[in-house]
Design a binder for this molecule. Sequence first.
Ligand SMILES: Nc1ncnc2c1ncn2[C@@H]1O[C@H](COP(=O)(O)OP(=O)(O)O)[C@@H](O)[C@H]1O
Ligand SMILES: [Mg+2]
Length: 406
Amino acid sequence: MPDNEEIIRLEEVFKIFGPQPRGRAFDLARSGMHKNDVQQQSGHVVGLSNVSFAIKKGEIFVVMGLSGSGKSTAIRTVNKLHDVTHGHVWVDGVDVQTLEGKELQAFRREKMGMVFQHFALFPHRNVIDNVAYGLKVQKVSRNEREEAALRALRLVGLEPYARNATNELSGGMQQRVGLARALASDPDILLMDEAFSALDPLIRRQMQDELMAIQSEVHKTILFITHDLNEALRIGDRVCIMKDGVVVQIGTPEQILTEPATGYVAEFVQDVDQGRVIKVEEVMTAADAIQLSAGFDEVQRAVAASPARLVVDDAGNCCGLITRSDVERVSSQGTPSLANAMRSDVATVNGSQTLNDIYGEAGKGLPIAVLDSNGRLIGRVDPTSVLEELGRVEALTDAFEREVYM
Ligand SMILES: Nc1ncnc2c1ncn2[C@@H]1O[C@H](COP(=O)(O)OP(=O)(O)O)[C@@H](O)[C@H]1O
Ligand SMILES: [Mg+2]
């Protein structure tokens, strides 16, 4: 199939909430009136106003907008959780609005997997039963559905947890179970509504990376909703920006960053394009520190695995840094101990600082310790990830400048 084949299309879709959705409120919205004015004049809420977009097979299409902009309403028209007031929704050539009853159920089950912000797992059932549940409902045989569930769990890296109860898992892991559940029936389309929004920044970033890695294996079509522009630009092949029920711009992350269609989009991206809004907590990784009390053997093993490690004391406070070369130096001369190898002048930041704040420090090439408000170590930032992250944004801006000025 050609890459650019369309699989989902919204065509001039309006969704009005209220007792008479096709009455005056619709006429007002259709005339282009802002949703606040429509509400004032008709008492009806405009969910979507003349929304059109087409999603290509195999792409990650991200709908981004602030709360209330109509993102969830849009995604719900795709699986007909909402009827539309006007317009058409096509999925793989089917006019979704014509589906009813069993046909609609089968269409939802076979064509699409859904992942939401709240995992909605059965807490007392084990992981594999949760993942296989949709297939059980479809009366797939036990062997077959367990096989499919294990395949999906392997994709999200949770195969070893197949027999654990879901309520024993962390939030990030539960969301991976949710993703595995959506993947288990091998649908063409994944609908993900704020799927990562409830997760901590660190876990969230890992999930974004994982989703992209999984996508490169399974090549689904993913309609992904988020209110976070960084997330949208990071994972989207194309991004659709919504405001007050209206589509403001659709484009690649490059286009959104460098050719914002309106002042509203420009305002959104003005910080992003300078790397200023990327926070430390978004790029930090697990601290993976070693204890101050560690023996020298352990220290040697630790730096063999990664060339620089942070050191914490019993209270969880960061007290220093050891590098592979420091450890090699003290093991060949002097007394081989952690205390002798350790530097105490480790750079520290807090999670809400931005990458620009630590750019200079990152230039020194050593990991930077991330501390919480009590001074305890919660993560580390490696210079390469700072440079990579800023570099990505710079590369986008550069590409744009080349296009414009050459
Ligand atoms: N069932 C409903 N009844 C009335 N208004 C609704 C309903 N669902 C959504 N809305 C309104 O539609 C608009 C878009 O909502 P929604 O799509 O949930 O936004 P988002 O997902 O972008 O936060 C909001 O103004 C919201 O209050
Ligand atoms: Mg929503």
